[in-house]
Design a protein. Structure first.
Lengths: 217, 240, 221, 255, 240
């Protein structure tokens, strides 16, 4: 169907881009999730009023376009603070904060879904706050939060397509580079879209499955 | 010995406990009765330090619960408490529910904890449900599991907060039987309950709460047979 | 403190142009939501229709919209369709791209909302003599929209944020496009984009608060 | 990581770090592009390599789309821009420009299906160029003056030609070199060069941070040396073709 | 007149109606009793064509419900039905609940529809709840609203499917009173119910369903006083 000039080397090039997409996603989701859990627990623990400054800051990450966040962070770190770091690092920092902002909402929702009475019971048995968090809240909140978290992780993977603005050559950028050279936009775009789809679709389905399974008991 | 001395407690502007005095001796069974919102549950959660108090003091075996330096987690091991809502940990099997705190709080080995758990679960008649998740249990079974879970911590005192109110009528009996058994074994207990027959039967003393005040306290024959407080008279006649 | 001189005046002098851009951004978002909701309702009906082909269309749409980057979808709307000789203006391309995305996500939301509406509601409607369409239109749809109102608000915020991707298809009249143009002229990257960020933030806040207000007036039950 | 204090001389930094990071636009043939194995090549790439060699360091090519060239510099992602950057006075307020190292003439390129013989036929048409470039700024101003037709900036030169080839654009203005290279390559069927654009030649400069006088001085001398040694002509021949490279000196004025 | 002739109906491999014959005359009140799963609800939903049938036929005023050309939407206007679950439309006020179908299905003007709605709502005792959303009503009020909603369509027949089973005991009475009133007014009704006292009181005939078969049908005195079918005897003794 397609008469193409695409070579094996080009596929390697695309695969590298895909690799960058995956690495950026993994780093950001990992860091963002850890931060998100800390922020989420903190916000839950200190209450809405004391958490307001943090809530406000996190809300900013959810309220302005990622593209602008990247440009601004890049300009701020490089131009104003004059710190020499790679675009890859900037991309990971911004995406991590972005992930953390959404993740803290998910975490807070998950914790709130654990009935206060269950936690009381745990404390009554002499468990410390930390033990209660680890043994009771964590497993129960995870059930509520995991499906949303999977959705978030996939969202971050898709949004990582924007890190091209800080000179990171991820999958979509690699595709554009090949389009520049080969001028086969349709074929290349389809390959690129298919890649995202192949990663995202099964995981999204898995999330849906978990949601269904856990909402039944 | 639990000593409650002039305890006051408010939620915001609502004064829920208005100076409660009560001493429970080792081996004694005290039941608390009273209308909804009279402060019964609040008192229990103050005793094991889940709620702070505004003034007065509570001593458990001489330790002041709300004093600054008190290790509440340690204190709570002494005091088992079972609530109205079934507070099973839904992600753990019955056996795990009962071993968790033993292992994490008392640092018992798994084997030790399981042996104790099996013993207590047999005690409350759940010896055949070890590997089951609480979701599969009836309300009465869940409550008995909660009792076993508290007993496995080898507490010196047990507090029961209307453990049968959320149960279907046919399941109430099995839980009350468990409480009777404990009382018979000499456990020191404070039971909040609406089951007058049960209160009459097991209690050494019965306390009547009304609007944050302990309006009357007496042995059951006297309290039920010859109530002095007018509110108590109303309460008793309404519940019959 | 910083080895950098801020020149906020330069950026603020361009504020009127940026606000014009913000209006275009709002237009795109609102249009893409309005059309997206209509399409999502149609796709939802496709799913419910029991017709294999129709529900396959709906499913494919939803899965592609949800499982590929929005940037990709917008790029496809312009250059992908362009390969077939279908030429959309940047405005139309970004509108199509975001609408496609909105419709996909909203259809999924509607599906969740429908699950929450008992099937007995439809039965009751049919028993009163409503046809299938009438029962859906008068009884199920309003309840569905109510349940999905919060997710719809979120999607609206997404739509606003997604307009920033228009630059990839030659859009230069929206807020992000205007900002980028100004940046090419003056190179005051930080100042200009900071102002744009503030505008974006305010827009999204106005939308969320407005939605809450609307919801409280609209849904009194 | 933080390698150097912020106010050390950049020239020293580069020499000390052993790498020269150049911002290069890689969808701008023949100045910057990629070979079959997707490695960067082109006039600007060689120019950067020459500069690195002169400095005694290794070159690192950082691909930057046109709109991201200056942000890349400002954010410390690159040391020098070798990116066909027009030396406008507006930009010089923000970055430091060397003397010109190349000069472009611009050409009007049109889709074959569009009737067009002179540059003025662009009036009323849908035209576009690469966002943030000299010719884009000129063309947008032109369209606004005409008051009809529309202007579309795309993020990359490739997107512009893709749109032109697909017929989404009627015409574009780009440098003669790029126009010829793209028409010749056959990658973009159905386009042709129509006319020269009546712009002042587009002098392009190397650029770096505004306050790096030491480095700017070095760059000026380097450009001068490239011409003097014939390397400029050599590179022109290698990448652009037969003929004379543009005269970089402007008669009647110092610089 | 509703004529049900040898109706059979299966869900998958489960035969739910195994050849039902029943004729309900104008003005007659027929109640259906029987165990859970015996097919009572299914029969009602077959009568107004919500469920297809496998064989046999159902005629309403001579029109065959499941025939190809039958306009079901039109037919359903003749037949009001009220279900066990409260099917109030939660997004509409009580008044709007009752006017919606009148306006959209019967194409009545708003004024006309509202006049009818007010009349029917007064009839069932909800005249003061016009502007209220159903979420604010008790279950019994919701059921009465559903009855008014069906009546506002001026149906010739009313089908009631255990309209009191999901109600708290104290609310059952108000709904049954409404049904009694309707029966007294000469409405043709088929009522599925578990309320034996009610069935005995209002019915012209009572039918007993057992496992998809109409095991017995007779006037109430006879059916309750002298049940012939052994399953019916068991059923009646269990419910007393
Ligand atoms: N965490 C809380 N915050 C605010 N008010 C509370 C809180 N817990 C209890 N109250 C209020 O304190 C009062 C006493 O509550 P408490 O639960 O002790 O009553 P009770 O005697 O146990 O009643 P019941 O028999 O209904 O369980 C009630 O009015 C209740 O609303
Ligand atoms: N839509 C359906 N799909 C499959 N099986 C069904 C369906 N509706 C009803 N059934 C089955 O048909 C049988 C008869 O159901 P029906 O609701 O008619 O019983 P019923 O006599 O009304 O019982 P109840 O007193 O519990 O309401 C039951 O076994 C039920 O599970
Ligand atoms: Mg209580
Ligand atoms: Mg039924």
């Amino acid at each position: 169907m397609f008469d193409t000039a695409l070579t094996a080397a080009d596929f390697v090039f695309l695969a590298k881009g895909a690799g960058v997409t995956i690495i950026v996603t993994l780093i950001s989701v990992l860091a963002g999730t850890i931060l998100g859990i800390l922020f989420g627990v903190f916000r839950y623990q200190v209450g809405a009023i004391w958490a307001a400054p943090l809530t406000f800051v996190l809300d900013i990450f959810r309220s302005i376009p990622l593209l602008i966040q990247l440009v601004l962070a890049n300009a701020f770190i490089g131009t104003i603070l004059q710190i020499r770091i790679s675009g890859f690092t900037v991309a990971c920092i911004v995406l991590s904060m972005y992930t953390a902002a959404f993740c803290s909402e998910i975490v807070r929702g998950g914790i709130e879904a654990v009935p206060a009475t269950t936690r009381r019971a745990a404390r009554s048995l002499g468990m410390t706050w930390g033990q209660d968090m680890r043994e009771i809240v964590l497993p129960l909140a995870t059930r509520v939060a995991l499906p949303s978290w999977i959705g978030l992780a996939l969202g971050v993977m898709k949004d990582s397509a924007l890190v091209y603005v800080v000179q990171v050559t991820e999958l979509l950028k690699s595709t554009q580079i090949l389009i520049t050279r080969l001028q086969e936009p349709l074929l290349l775009l389809l390959i690129c879209g298919a890649f995202y789809f192949v990663i995202s679709f099964p995981l999204a389905r898995f999330g849906g499955y978990l949601e269904k399974r856990w909402s039944n008991d | 010995m639990i000593e409650i001395e002039n305890v006051r407690k408010s939620f915001g502007s609502l004064e829920v406990l208005k100076g409660i005095d009560l001493t429970v001796q080792k081996g004694e069974v005290v039941t608390i009765i009273g209308g909804s919102g009279s402060g019964k549950s609040t008192l229990l959660t103050c005793i094991n330090g889940l709620e702070p108090i505004d003034s007065g003091r509570i001593l458990v075996d001489g330790t002041e619960v709300h004093a600054k330096g008190t290790d509440l987690n340690k204190l709570r091991r002494k005091i088992g408490i079972v609530f109205q809502q079934f507070n099973a940990f839904p992600h753990l099997t019955v056996l795990e529910n009962v071993t968790l705190a033993q292992r994490k709080v008392l640092k018992r080995s798994r084997a030790e904890a399981e042996a104790e758990a099996v013993k207590q679960l047999n005690h409350v008649g759940l010896g055949d449900k070890l590997k089951v998740y609480p979701g599969r249990l009836s309300g009465g079974q869940q409550q008995r599991m909660a009792i076993a879970r508290a007993l496995a911590m080898s507490p010196d005192y047990m507090l029961f907060d209307e453990v049968t109110s959320a149960l279907d009528p046919q399941l109430v009996g099995e839980v009350l039987d468990t409480l009777r058994m404990l009382a018979g074994e000499g456990m020191t207990m404070i039971c909040v309950t609406h089951e007058m027959k049960f209160a009459r039967e097991v209690s050494d003393r019965v306390a009547f709460f009304h609007k944050g005040v302990m309006a009357e306290i007496a042995p059951p024959e006297q309290l039920f047979g010859n109530p002095k407080d007018t509110e108590l008279q109303k309460f008793l006649s309404a519940t019959h | 403190m910083f080895n950098y001189t801020f020149q906020w005046k330069q950026a603020l002098a361009r504020l009127p142009q940026m606000l014009d851009g913000a209006i275009v951004t709002m237009q795109i978002a609102i249009l893409s939501m309005a059309i997206g909701i209509l399409l999502a309702v149609v796709l939802t009906m496709f799913r419910l229709s029991g017709n294999r082909a129709l529900s396959a269309i709906a499913k494919t749409w939803v899965e592609i919209a949800r499982n590929t980057p929005a940037l990709f979808q917008i790029y496809m709307a312009h250059f992908g369709l362009g390969s077939f000789g279908i030429h959309l203006s940047p405005f139309a391309s970004i509108l199509l791209g975001i609408t496609f995305n909105n419709a996909g996500y909203l259809t999924e939301n509607f599906r969740g909302a429908l699950k929450a509406i008992p099937d007995t509601q439809t039965r009751a409607g049919r028993s009163l003599g409503f046809g299938a369409a009438g029962a859906f239109r008068y009884i199920v749809l309003p309840q569905m929209l109510r349940i999905s109102f919060l997710p719809m608000t979120n999607q609206m915020v997404w739509a606003i944020l997604m307009t920033s991707l228009g630059v990839t298809v030659g859009m230069n009249s929206d807020l992000y496009g205007v900002t980028q143009d100004l940046n090419a002229l003056t190179f005051r990257t930080f100042e200009l984009f900071a102002v744009a960020a503030v505008i974006f933030y305010l827009i999204t806040k106005v939308i969320t608060l407005g939605a809450r207000l609307v919801a409280s007036r609209l849904f009194r039950y | 990581a933080m390698t150097a204090p912020a106010f050390a001389d950049k020239l020293d930094d580069i020499i000390a770090s052993g790498t020269l990071r150049c911002a290069v636009v890689l969808d701008f043939p023949p100045m910057g592009m990629r070979d079959e194995s997707n490695n960067p090549i082109g006039f600007d790439v060689d120019y950067c390599n020459d500069l690195a060699a002169a400095l005694g360091v290794t070159a690192e090519i950082v691909e930057t789309p046109f709109p991201e060239r200056i942000p890349a510099l400002m954010s410390g992602r690159v040391d020098v821009g070798v990116a066909s950057t027009s030396d406008t006075l507006e930009r010089a307020k923000t970055v430091g420009m060397s003397i010109p190292y190349y000069a472009f003439e611009n050409a009007v390129v049109a889709n074959d299906k569009v009737e067009m013989t002179t540059w003025e036929d662009m009036k009323g048409k849908t035209v576009g160029a690469t966002a943030g470039t000299y010719e884009a700024i000129w063309l947008e101003k032109q369209v606004n003056e005409w008051g009809e037709g529309s202007f579309r900036p795309y993020q990359t030169q490739a997107d512009v030609f893709l749109a032109l080839s697909q017929g989404q654009l009627d015409a574009t203005v780009s440098t003669v070199e790029v126009a010829n290279a793209n028409v010749k390559s056959g990658n973009f069927p159905g386009i042709r060069v129509v006319d020269k654009a009546p712009m002042v030649p587009d002098y392009v400069a190397l650029f770096t941070m505004r306050n790096e006088y030491g480095l700017i001085n070095y760059l000026n001398l380097f450009v001068n040396q490239q011409v003097r040694t014939g390397r400029y002509a050599e590179l022109y021949k290698k990448w652009v073709g037969e003929g004379e490279p543009a005269n970089l000196a402007i008669p009647g004025v110092y610089r």
